[in-house]
Design a protein. Sequence first.
Length: 230
Amino acid sequence: MELLSFGDTGWGDELFVATLMTIAVSITAMLVGFFFALIFTPLKLSTNKFFNFIGNSYTTVIRGVPELLVIYLFFFGGTGAVMYVASIFGYNEYIEINAFITGAFAIGIISGAYSTEVFRGAVQSIDKGQFEAARVLGLSKFAQFFEIILPQVLRIAIPNLSNVWQITLKDTSLISVTGLVEIMRQSYIAAGSTRDPLFFYSFAAVLYLLLTFLSMKIINRLEIKYSRGY
């Protein structure tokens, strides 16, 4: 256990900071994913063929491409795009996008594609009579959504969103290729320094399982809260 001690003799403090980084990236990516889901879910549900095509293209392409490839595209392509825009304004120096921003945004794009499908299915599973009743009561569209539709969508969506969270949490291990020091990257560094890869990769697995376990406890509480009365 000396390898996991805090201070100069162990890797405990580095792994603790790396765990916090993994949590920060995961939460940020989920928030980014919800933002994209908020945009693309209505497009998927739209009767307009053009909007529907855009929504379907987003979820099909992102879910059909390997996650690591998406991260590479954003990490290298994003830097190239920023440098191209900067060159237009006369700045020709190398620009490197922050690894945290790149990783969280790339994983958020992936998370958003899955979240979009979850919310689409949740909305479509609500009985049409709920929408009709809301209109008959004379409620504004804002009130219809936040007081009647959203609570029912959350009740249906939360169990599936837990799977999206699990995917997002595990996908953070892929952004180690960008140089961001999260659990996987720190385990790789520690394994290389101590020449004990089995120990550190096994401990990384324990950390991911612990985060998953704690996450499921929180999600189960939310599921019980929004399923009250059913």
